[in-house]
Design a protein around this ligand. Sequence first.
Ligand SMILES: Nc1ncnc2c1ncn2[C@@H]1O[C@H](COP(=O)(O)OP(=O)(O)OP(=O)(O)O)[C@@H](O)[C@H]1O
Ligand SMILES: [Mg+2]
Length: 267
Amino acid sequence: MIHLKGVKVAFGDEPLLKDITFSVSPGERISLLGPGGCGKTTILKMILGLLLPDAGSIELMGHNIVTMTSDTEKRKVLRRVGMAFQQGALFDFMTVRDNLFFAMEHMTEFTKIEMDRRVKFLLEAVKISRTENQYPFELSGGMQRRVGIVRALATDPVVAFFDEPTSGLDPVTSTIILNMISALAGKSAEQAMVVATSNVEIAIRFAERVVVINEGRVVADGPWKKLLLEGTPWVQHFLGVRLIGLDEEYAKELNLPSHFVERHWRH
Ligand SMILES: Nc1ncnc2c1ncn2[C@@H]1O[C@H](COP(=O)(O)OP(=O)(O)OP(=O)(O)O)[C@@H](O)[C@H]1O
Ligand SMILES: [Mg+2]
């Protein structure tokens, strides 16, 4: 579904990404995890063809995104992709309903009746039905985020990306949003999903498989429980430090490996 190989990019003299290589299969869900500013958003932008890498190859649904020059062809591929941007990116001059309609009108062949049904269903699913005719500026940050996520899924994409879906939100709203993505997405077995985040807890709650980025490279790729116990010291530390701060009861909910729990909570 997605293949990146040896992807490099620099802004000015500063190399940001030095060698990014990973793949995502149809139906798979992964978390792209790394410290703030490590280049997660940049990677997503490159996968969507919004930014060209300096070197390396990027394939999306069998298309070579880097060499694709025709805008028409690019648009055709991107019609099957859903993206919830880190900054929301809703149209402020359109109501919630019109934001969702706009995406579906441009990216799908749905009829008006289908679109209407989908808007009602999706807003209901994320418990913000009454915002249908409101404008984004009238909504709280958490509500705007839900609209952004629902918009990414409204078009029933083959691949969906969620960039920091919960940053800046309180833990309760974060949990609601995460559960919502899981419930709404992945309806079709072929749908692949990528969450990019610097939040370890969000990453491991979203996906079994995490791809960890640091200093321009993929420094770990695998099931998070395995990485937590067997990753390089840096990876174990990066994952572990965020988790040992959690309350023990809460940590239990995350299903942390017993080894790890023994080591940090039983004295
Ligand atoms: N178009 C650009 N021109 C110059 N520098 C850029 C550009 N895009 C990103 N950068 C720089 O690249 C670095 C990584 O940015 P990016 O947004 O990809 O990181 P991130 O991992 O998504 O961060 P965060 O966790 O804060 O979302 C930042 O230092 C940023 O300033
Ligand atoms: Mg980012």
